[in-house]
Design a protein around this ligand. Structure first.
Ligand code: ADP
Ligand code: ZN
Length: 804
């Protein structure tokens, strides 16, 4: 009998896979893509089988302990996609697989042995284990059995499993499955006013936070969620109950949180432009892709829906990717409207158990359509027919940690591997995708809004010269924007106001000595927050109390600079006391369903003015919004990053596209101090194509993507000098490699990153510029050599989304 071995990828930052022996009893269950439980030092971890016919290792191999799935958890196509990601981005294969599978299927394992009912005639130690199980209620964790029997039990369990006397189940860490009811905390009574709150929650800031968190969740939430995910203790909840502000009740557990989401039925007939685009999508061959370049409001969603419908009709499955699922409830509801229970929504706010459930349904083919943000590109949809990437230009498609993949590129690779087609959609395509339309990507256009509705006129207001309203403090508030709001309100219509800066003010400065309050852990100024009042770092979360005097010169007066959304909200509340104002930014949407709740109030007309950060710019379709105001268009214009103009254009074009989507029309007002900037001018003309052309020229000298590709090597460490030294070494290493192999690659740096320190770690970088295949060679080499040098860390960011 020959022994068999398998290589297994572990969810650890290890460059290589490990080899284990396959016990005979596990037989065919150990196949590529299968989850297995393996010993790692003194622990048991879940790993994924990469190869089931590996050559025997040189050293002695330990045994695979269990193989819990009847069918490999990772299907073939996904395994191949994982290999591509690991190779292309220089990421460990195990970490890549970890990012693919829901946490519930992966985490640290707990294997449970369950005795299968029946009379078993098994002798020896295995028989004793079976008896032991029967006495203990048929079921126990393997570790507990080993403790109870005082010796290793895996061999015995394998034998029992092979004759069907026990089943080995891997219990995901979370679950909560099986509980039929759950405790729910619900607010009661009239919501107190702001002044009442001050008294009610005097010296009880946390209790107020809890109250307001519940409020933002629509007034109730599962106790488990409040404790586990929001981090409020049971005692705080009890406090609210004792105060009579909330009550606790038992409610039925919801398995599919979207089961009750009403679906929006799609329009019944396609426009000519939509029909033509759909026909082109239909004609894509296996692995081919198209860009659906359609102005805002041109009806791209309906083209996606119909393309998905056709795929389903052919017996295929589909994946629809959206930038941030919380921000796109309308897309989700349109999908549900069209496909009902065929749709699995992979929402970031799902619990591990819910996510694992959705994953299994897709894997078994019981759901055919997956919709979600970037990680949904890994949804185990069977017979994949089409992948749609909506708003393909969005930065959130780039994963911020290892593996640092770009979702749309992964989607293209997966589509090619599985013979699916790929549709990228945007009103403001990325320069990369636009460049690819020259060869690999078919360009499809929807040049007009549905119903030939005009694009809203955009007015650029020069803040340096425009008359301003007095008494609005530091807020740049022009008479024109003010008048437009009054006008909109008088007609009972709604307005969106974009200010891409959250908090109250962007920093605090002493007017006497000029001191600016900075984060002690990051080289970035602290943002001023009100309600609750604090100075907060937007990078690391550091928080300190708002000082009343300068820490340097003791001067009592503080000056706030740079207006944020909280201040905007306050000014609006004072200026239009009758208006119903809602604010949407990271601070008001920290809890599970808060986006949906806020957008729901806008949709139902319960809000007159919606203010917010870039969150309000995306994908919303509210016909009663007739005014969009951009309070300060310059917030991202001069960031030291090659994409700052592109981002600004996209943001402005997207938010402008929110206006005038209904028959009432609309208008847009953009306040700026740089009215001649090409990004602003193009956005005002609704001229994405013109912008792309101009920006493409600017990316030629000095060259930036899509002229060539980039790899950013980021060196970080706690010691400033050591980090700089290591960065110099990394640069030397690159220079030597490039010279030795005569590669056509430019090595820039080392230089400090624009954000020179984050969370106590100093950051330096070395930038490589060149053609993709050459850079690929360097990445593969660097992934083995660079990650750990002394106390510093080297991150390899291929095709970076930003250089900050
Ligand atoms: P986009 O995603 O391109 O910005 P949407 O898909 O949101 O545009 O469509 C804009 C609006 O036009 C939506 O309200 C949608 O319901 C409507 N619409 C789209 N296609 C049609 C159609 N064929 N007939 C009628 N209305 C349509
Ligand atoms: Zn910080």
């Amino acid at each position: 009998m020959t022994e068999r071995f398998a290589t297994v990828a572990l969810p650890l930052p290890l460059a290589s896979s490990y080899t284990y022996r396959i016990p005979e009893t596990l037989g065919d269950r150990v196949a590529p893509g299968a989850r297995v439980v393996v010993p790692v030092r003194r622990r048991e971890l879940i790993g994924i089988v990469i190869e089931a016919d590996a050559p025997p290792p040189e050293a002695e191999a330990r045994d695979i302990l269990a193989a819990p799935d009847d069918e490999p958890a990772v299907p073939e196509g996904l395994l191949a996609t994982a290999r591509w990601i690991a190779g292309y981005y220089g990421a460990p294969l195990g970490l890549t697989l970890k990012a693919m599978l829901p946490g519930g299927l992966w985490g640290e394992s707990q294997v449970t042995a369950v005795r299968v009912p029946g009379r078993w005639n098994i002798g020896g130690f295995a028989g004793e284990v079976l008896d032991w199980l029967e006495e203990r209620g048929e079921k126990a964790a393997v570790a507990a059995i080993a403790r109870g029997m005082r010796r290793p039990v895996w061999d015995a369990l394998h034998r029992l499993a092979s004759v069907g006397a026990v089943a080995l189940e891997v219990v995901p860490p979370d679950t909560g499955a099986g509980t039929a009811t759950e405790r729910v905390v619900t607010l009661q009574g009239e919501p107190p006013t702001l002044i009442e709150r001050t008294t009610l929650f005097k010296r009880r800031a946390r209790r107020r936070e809890l109250y307001e968190a519940l409020e933002s969740l629509g007034g109730s939430a599962q106790v488990r969620h409040v404790v586990d995910q929001l981090g409020f203790g049971e005692a705080l909840i009890k406090g609210l109950v004792d105060q009579g502000l909330a009550r606790i009740a038992l409610a039925e557990r919801v398995r599919d949180p979207f089961a009750d989401t009403p679906g929006t039925p799609p329009p019944s007939t396609l426009t000519d432009a939509q029909t033509e685009a759909l026909r082109a999508v239909e004609s894509l061959g296996a692995g081919e892709s198209a860009l659906l370049f359609g102005v805002t409001g041109s009806g791209k969603t309906l083209v996606y829906l119909e393309a998905v419908r056709r795929a389903l009709a052919r017996g295929k499955g589909a994946i629809v990717l959206v930038p941030e699922i919380g921000l796109t409830p309308q897309t989700v509801s349109r999908l549900r409207g069209a496909f009902g229970d065929e749709v699995a929504v992979l929402h970031s706010a799902l619990s591990d158990g819910e996510r694992a459930d959705a994953w299994r349904l897709l894997r078994r083919g019981e759901r055919k359509v997956a919709v979600g943000a970037r990680s949904a590109v890994f949804a185990p949809v069977r017979d994949l027919g089409i992948i749609v990437v909506d708003e393909e230009h969005e930065t959130s498609y780039k994963n911020g940690e290892s593996p640092r993949y770009q979702t749309r590129d992964v989607a293209a690779v997966r589509a090619r591997i599985e013979g699916a087609s790929l549709v990228l959609g945007s009103a403001t395509p990325s320069l990369e995708t636009m460049a690819a339309t020259a060869d690999r990507v078919r360009l499809l256009r929807l040049p007009e809004r549905v119903g030939a509705r005009p694009m809203p006129p955009v007015e650029i207001l020069d803040l340096r010269t425009a008359p301003k309203v007095a008494g609005t403090g530091a807020l740049p508030w022009s008479v024109a924007l003010d008048a437009a709001i009054v006008d909109t309100r008088s007609r009972g219509e709604q307005a969106l106001l974009l200010l891409n800066r959250r908090g109250y003010a962007s920093f605090l400065q002493c007017p006497a000595c000029g001191e600016v309050w900075q984060c002690p852990r990051c080289t970035i100024s602290l943002t001023v927050h009100r309600a609750p009042a604090a100075l907060r770092c937007h990078y690391c979360g550091h928080e300190e109390s708002l000082p009343s005097t300068c820490r340097v010169c003791a001067n009592p007066v503080q000056q706030m600079r740079g207006v944020g959304t909280q201040q905007l909200e306050q000014v609006l509340a004072e200026r239009y006391p009758q208006a119903r104002v809602a604010r949407m930014d990271l601070d008001t949407t920290s809890t599970k369903w808060s986006h949906q709740r806020i957008l729901g109030t806008v949709e139902r007309g319960e809000v007159d003015l919606l203010i917010g950060t870039q969150m309000i710019a995306k994908g919303l379709d509210f016909p009663n919004v007739t005014l969009v105001g951009v309070v300060d268009a310059d917030t991202g214009l001069y960031l030291p990053d090659f994409r700052s103009a592109e981002r600004t254009f996209q943001l402005l074009a997207q938010v402008a596209g929110r206006a005038g989507r209904g028959p009432k029309g609309g208008r847009v007002i953009v306040q700026t101090r740089h009215p001649e900037h090409h990004a602003l001018l193009a956005a005002a003309r609704h001229d994405a194509e013109g912008f792309l052309r101009e920006e493409r020229e600017l990316r030629r000298t000095p060259p930036y993507p899509p002229e060539l590709h980039l790899v950013n090597l980021i060196v970080s460490g706690e010691n400033e000098a050591e980090t700089a030294n290591q960065a110099a070494e990394v640069a030397d290493w690159c220079h030597a490699l490039v010279a030795r192999r005569e590669l056509s690659v430019t090595v820039l740096g080392p230089a400090p990153c624009p954000l020179a320190k984050i969370k106590d770690r100093w950051r330096w970088h070395v930038l490589l510029k060149g053609a993709s295949p050459v850079l690929g060679g360097i990445v593969r080499y660097a992934a083995r050599r660079l990650p750990r040098m002394g106390q510093t860390r080297v991150v390899i960011d291929r095709d970076p989304a930003s250089l900050l």
